[in-house]
Design a protein around this ligand. Structure first.
Ligand code: NAD
Length: 266
C-alpha cells in the first residue's frame, strides 16, 4: 500500500511524522507523495485541511487519518502515543472507511464562459472587500432574501463544529448530506430584513448568491483565502464527491463533540 504524510511542520509534528514514516516503511509500505492510498496528517485539524486540498483531485483513491500533536481535533483525533497501534492497523489494512459530505462552490465570472469550482471540507465564507456585503440569496431559483451584513458562511456537516458553530450554526451529524448557511452580523431593522436563523439545505437544493453592490468578493474555502473579481454569481451545493476517512476504532461523532466542547474528563 502507498502512503503519504502531511506534517504541520513544527518540531514535534515533524519528529512524529518521521517516526511514522519509518515504521510504515519497515512494514513494507511504500511512501508515495503523488498517489497515496492513505494520508497521515500529523498536527491539527488545519493540517488535515491542507492534506485534503493537496489530494482533492483523487478523493476516490485516498483515505485520510489525523494525529493531533496539540489539542484533540475533529479530524485529528489520534493521540501521538497511539502511533504504533495506528501503524500496525494500517499495515494490516484493518480499518473501515467512512465518508463525509463536502461542499461544492462554483464562482461564475461576469464573462459567462468562465467558472471556477472548489471543494470545501469545512466551509466557504463570502465577504465584501468593502465594508458591507450586499447579495441576493436565491434558493432553488427563487429570491429568498437580500442579505446585508458582514458576510455569509456555507458549511458542510463536518464543518458545522468549526467556523459555522461560532456563528450560531447547529451541529450537524456528518452522515446527513446537507449544507448549512449562517449569517455574519446581518443588518436587521425596519428597512432591511434577513431570516436571521441558520438554514440547513438538503443535497438536492441549490443556493446562489448574486452581487447587488459590486462584483468583487473575498472568499474563503477552508483555510484558503481568495479574492474573486468580476463575479456574476456564487453557487453552493452539496458535492457529489465525498471525503474518505480511515477509521481504526469507534470514536462516535457525538463523543468527539462532547470531548471537544463539553468536557474531556469522562
Ligand atoms: P487552525 O488549524 O488554527 O484552525 C482553527 C481552529 O478551528 C482550530 O482550533 C481547529 O481545531 C478548529 N477546527 C478546524 N476544523 C474544525 C472542525 N471541523 N471542527 C471543529 N473544529 C475545527 O486554522 P486554519 O488552518 O486556518 O483552519 C481553517 C479553519 O479555521 C476554517 O475552516 C474555519 O472553520 C476555522 N475558522 C474559525 C473561525 C471562528 O471560529 N471564528 C474563524 C476563522 C476560521
Amino acid at each position: 500500500m502507498k502512503f503519504s504524510i502531511q506534517s504541520r511542520n513544527d518540531q514535534v509534528s515533524n519528529e512524529l511524522a518521521q517516526r511514522a514514516k519509518q515504521y510504515l516503511c519497515d512494514f513494507g509500505l511504500e511512501f508515495d507523495d503523488e498517489e497515496p492510498e492513505i494520508v497521515l496528517s500529523v498536527g491539527g485539524d488545519g493540517t488535515l485541511l491542507h492534506a485534503f486540498h493537496k489530494y482533492s483531485h483523487r478523493l476516490d483513491e485516498t483515505a485520510f487519518v489525523g494525529i493531533h500533536t496539540g489539542h484533540l481535533g475533529f479530524y485529528a483525533d489520534w493521540k501521538p502515543s497511539e502511533i504504533e497501534k495506528l501503524v500496525i492497523s494500517i499495515a494490516r489494512h484493518s480499518y473501515e472507511v467512512i465518508e463525509y459530505p463536502l461542499l461544492q462552490v462554483t464562482i461564475n465570472a461576469e464573462n459567462e464562459a468562465e467558472s471556477t469550482t472548489y471543494l470545501a471540507l469545512n466551509e466557504s465564507t463570502i465577504k465584501s472587500p468593502g465594508v458591507t456585503l450586499v447579495v441576493d440569496v436565491e434558493l432553488n431559483g427563487r429570491l429568498f432574501e437580500r442579505f446585508r451584513g458582514d458576510g455569509l458562511c456555507m458549511s458542510t456537516p463536518s464543518g458545522s463544529t468549526a467556523y459555522s458553530k461560532s456563528l450560531g450554526g447547529a451541529i450537524i451529524h456528518p452522515s446527513l448530506p446537507a449544507m448549512q448557511l449562517t449569517e455574519m452580523a446581518s443588518i436587521n431593522n425596519r428597512v432591511f430584513r434577513t431570516v436571521g436563523s441558520p438554514l440547513v439545505l438538503p443535497d438536492h437544493h441549490r443556493c446562489v448568491l448574486t452581487p447587488v453592490q459590486g462584483p468583487d468578493f473575498m472568499l474563503t474555502v477552508d483555510h484558503l483565502q481568495l479574492l474573486h473579481k468580476g463575479v456574476r454569481s456564487i453557487e453552493y451545493r452539496v458535492a457529489n464527491e465525498k471525503v474518505r476517512f480511515a477509521r481504526f476504532r469507534p470514536f462516535p461523532f457525538w463523543e468527539r463533540v462532547h470531548d471537544s466542547f463539553v468536557s474531556s474528563d469522562s
